[in-house]
Design a protein. Structure first.
Length: 532
């Protein structure tokens, strides 16, 4: 049998839900098999204890019944039957005589043998077994042995009470009680019943019956109509076994669904806990807010999931210029966050190797890294990098296929757009990255964002769009923290149902002139350096 067939057979016999996708079944397959084995082992013990209790209770009832039969016959024999109480008929008297003739020692011995078999398998042998297949095998053997011993006792009791042997009743009892306790499949539940069925039918056919009175078996008086009884039993057999088979199917289905639900719930809680820790580590590479520097820096980041692919970086160069970098890795979630972690290390390497690196050189290094390393995993990125020099009153930028950034003037009005002048990072065979320089003045602010801002959609599936963003930035009454205002605008537009990361950064408004030139810088994996 090939591996796929073996896995399919194991799924059928384990009762694991078939309604879930194949990969989801494989997620918890080994864990479910272990859990089902433990569950079966516990219920095996319960079944054995139930059998022992049933046998002890049965022998107590037999002894009490025999005592009652002796007392009744004694009243009849000595003509002391109570006045006004109907006397038993002839068939009842014959049955009472049979019960009175029972060998009590034999009944007790057979009962103790049955209880001993249940104790041996359920209390002793079960302890040394861990695999479910072995447990099913042991449980099946126990049921067959107990069933045969109980059948011998039933035949002995039945012939003495003139009620013979009832195979269907016995089969129903052993099958249903086993299915009531054991978590096995319908097919597995039939393994001990098949040999019992053969043994019971042979015993019923070969059993010598007394001829001094009619024998009642399964409610039918035995005689020349034995063949009709056999036919009726054959027809009734599926209905006798149906309750147990249905119970097996329902229990395994319910148990498998509950296990899967619990595993998903526990896994979700663990995943949320792990993602919270991962988010704390991930966002530790983000720079700190720096609102009091000569070129203030603020940002607001709202990932669509716990982790995102948007990433800001900033530091102040030795010449006093602030570098601002905004990267947006394609996609969002864990995959993009892992790419961000790698890019952060590359940014740090480039910055430390060349403390006065310009935007075009920095972006060129990132493009090369994405092309050689990340593109193998289908990871690409857009980015914008700006060097803001308040002393020179200039800003130099490289925009690699990123949404247009803006320079918002202190005097208000429509912001200036900084459009893309390079291609996507990681796409091979591109032209060398270039940079552009624009003038800035006191009070001006550089504002950049990721596409999660302008592509945010409202419930009517209309995007926020570049025009609405430009109109918002043209207002004179914007708060100082424009980044938080724009992020709140996105939440309002989408009614809180964002499906992409949102990152907005702002450098500015610029002061008239820096008062202190910095001598220490901070990389993108640390907090931004304070100036002045």
């Amino acid at each position: 049998m090939h591996d796929g067939a073996r896995r399919s057979k194991a799924r059928r016999e384990s009762g694991y839900p078939h309604s879930v996708a194949a990969d989801e079944r494989d997620w918890f397959r080994s864990e479910y098999e272990v859990e089902l084995s433990r569950f079966f082992k516990r219920r095996f013990l319960w079944l054995a204890v139930a059998y022992i209790a049933f046998e002890l209770l049965g022998v107590a009832l037999i002894v009490a019944t025999q005592w009652s039969a002796d007392a009744t016959l004694d009243l009849l024999a000595n003509d002391r039957w109570p006045v006004g109480v109907p006397r038993p008929d002839t068939a009842t008297i014959i049955a009472l005589g049979g019960l009175s003739r029972l060998q009590t020692w034999l009944v007790i011995t057979l009962t103790l043998i049955i209880a001993g078999i249940a104790a041996l398998f359920g209390l002793v042998r079960r302890r040394a077994i861990s695999g479910r297949d072995e447990l099913i095998h042991e449980a099946s053997i126990m049921i067959v042995l107990v069933g045969v011993a109980q059948a011998a006792l039933d035949v002995y009791l039945g012939l003495n009470s003139r009620h013979g042997f009832s195979p269907l009743t016995s089969l129903f009892f052993w099958h249903f009680t086993a299915c009531l306790f054991l978590p096995w499949s319908p097919l597995q539940s039939l393994k001990p019943i098949a040999p019992l069925l053969v043994i019971y039918m042979l015993a019923d056919l070969l059993l010598p019956l007394p001829v001094d009175a009619p024998v009642i078996v399964d409610g039918v008086e035995m005689g020349t109509r034995w063949w009709t009884t056999a036919l009726a039993r054959t027809i009734a057999l599926p209905f006798v076994l149906a309750p147990g088979l249905l119970l097996c199917w329902l229990r395994l289905r319910r148990h498998g669904s509950r296990f899967r639900t619990k595993r998903f719930r526990d896994g979700f809680v663990n995943l949320r806990r792990e993602l919270a820790s991962a988010r704390a580590i991930h966002e530790s590479i983000f720079p700190g807010q720096d609102p009091d520097a000569a070129v203030p820096f603020r940002y607001t980041f709202k990932p669509a999931q716990d982790l995102g692919g948007d990433f800001p970086a900033t530091w102040v160069r030795d010449d006093g210029a602030r570098m601002v970098l905004l990267v947006d890795v394609f996609g969002h979630g864990l995959r993009s966050a892992l790419a961000v972690q790698r890019l952060a290390g590359e940014i740090e390497r480039l910055r430390l190797e060349d403390p006065l690196i310009d935007p075009a050189a920095l972006m060129g290094g990132l493009h090369r890294y994405c092309e050689l390393v990340l593109s193998r995993h289908q990871s690409y990125a857009t980015a914008i990098c700006a060097k803001i020099d308040p002393a020179a009153g200039t800003m130099t930028f490289t925009n690699a296929a990123h949404p247009p950034a803006f320079v918002r003037a202190a005097r208000g009005g429509a912001p200036r757009s900084l459009d893309a002048n390079a291609g996507v990072l990681g796409i091979p065979d591109q032209e060398p990255l270039t940079q552009e320089t624009v003038s800035i003045g006191p009070g001006d602010a550089f504002i950049a964002y990721t596409d999660g801002v302008i592509e945010a959609q409202n419930p009517s599936r209309h995007s926020l769009g570049l025009d609405n963003l430009r109109a918002t930035l043209s207002r004179r009454d914007l708060p100082i923290d424009v980044t938080a205002h724009l992020a709140a605008l996105v939440d309002s537009w989408t009614r809180g149902r964002r499906d992409d990361d949102v990152l907005v950064v702002m450098a500015g408004p610029m002061q008239s002139a820096p008062t202190v030139m910095p001598t220490q810088v901070a990389g993108p994996v640390a907090e931004a350096a304070h100036v002045g």
